[in-house]
Design a protein around this ligand. Structure first.
Ligand code: SAH
Ligand code: DHB
Ligand code: MG
Length: 223
């Protein structure tokens, strides 16, 4: 038992209920060929994002951290006609690979990919007076999670889902004395959650092709 078995079972799950198709598998291949780090969500996690967006009836989705657009494709495919997904990416090279992947997956027309640091793009988004988001997926730098979560709350409607990736980090989240800014970002986020009356949240630990990690699901229950 251990990492190899988690990955084997994840591949089995991917081959059975998940149904990753050629556009998604191709996005991962193209991202690898372009030298992007293999840190996209797994197929099973991508499908979970897709299904949560469907359960939400999400029309307006925000993603922070695009990479090659793999999670973006799963989320964009959950949108109804007229739905929109805004995704933010700091690295122009990642965004370029994502654009081609989104094009091949035929979701470009519903995706607004913005290149820049989320810290700068989020205030600009707030100033646009656009409709509030129904779902926010936070998956950029982990030190930024507390700040991104505050923006997600500000930019989303009551009933919205906020999902935060990579919040367990092989259990290193327990290390209060850690000097890793990612660990401190997650710990600060958990402190905010504990004090935040506008959301109801849980965290689920995960194993699979990406090793041992976890995600937080928060629902905006008040304002
Ligand atoms: N959501 C993607 C994976 C994202 S990986 C998927 O599952 O397919 C994290 C991405 O966040 C990287 O591409 C990285 O360049 C980007 N990123 C890091 N810091 C950022 C910031 N401050 N603003 C916006 N994007 C950032
Ligand atoms: C990292 C980022 C991610 O979004 C992820 O899913 C895994 C790892 C990272 O920055 O190391
Ligand atoms: Mg992630």
């Amino acid at each position: 038992m251990g990492r190899t078995q988690w990955a084997d079972v994840d591949r089995y799950i991917n081959a059975t209920p998940v149904g990753e198709d050629e556009a998604l598998a191709g996005a991962i291949r193209a991202s690898a060929q372009a030298g992007l780090p293999p840190i996209h969500v797994s197929p099973a996690q991508g499908k979970l994002l897709h299904l949560i967006a469907r359960l939400q009836g999400a029309r307006e989705v925000l993603e922070i951290g695009t990479l090659g657009g793999y999670s973006t494709i799963w989320l964009a495919r959950a949108l109804p006609d007229g739905g929109r997904l805004v995704t933010l990416e700091a690295e122009p090279r990642h965004a370029e690979v994502a654009r081609a992947n989104l094009e091949r997956a035929q979701v470009s027309s519903r995706v607004d990919l913005r290149v820049g640091r989320a810290q700068e793009l989020l205030p600009a988004l707030a100033a646009e007076g656009r409709p509030p988001f129904d779902l926010v997926f936070i998956d950029a730098d982990k030190a930024g999670i507390p700040e991104y979560f505050a923006w997600a709350l500000r930019l989303s409607r009551r009933g919205a889902a906020i999902i935060v990736d990579n919040v367990v980090r092989q259990g290193s989240v327990l290390d209060a004395a850690s000097t890793d800014p990612s660990v401190q970002g997650v710990r600060r986020f958990n402190e905010l959650l504990a004090a935040e009356r506008r959301v109801s949240a849980t965290t689920v630990q995960t194993v699979g092709t990406k090793g041992y990690d976890g995600f937080t699901l928060a629902v905006v229950v008040g304002d």
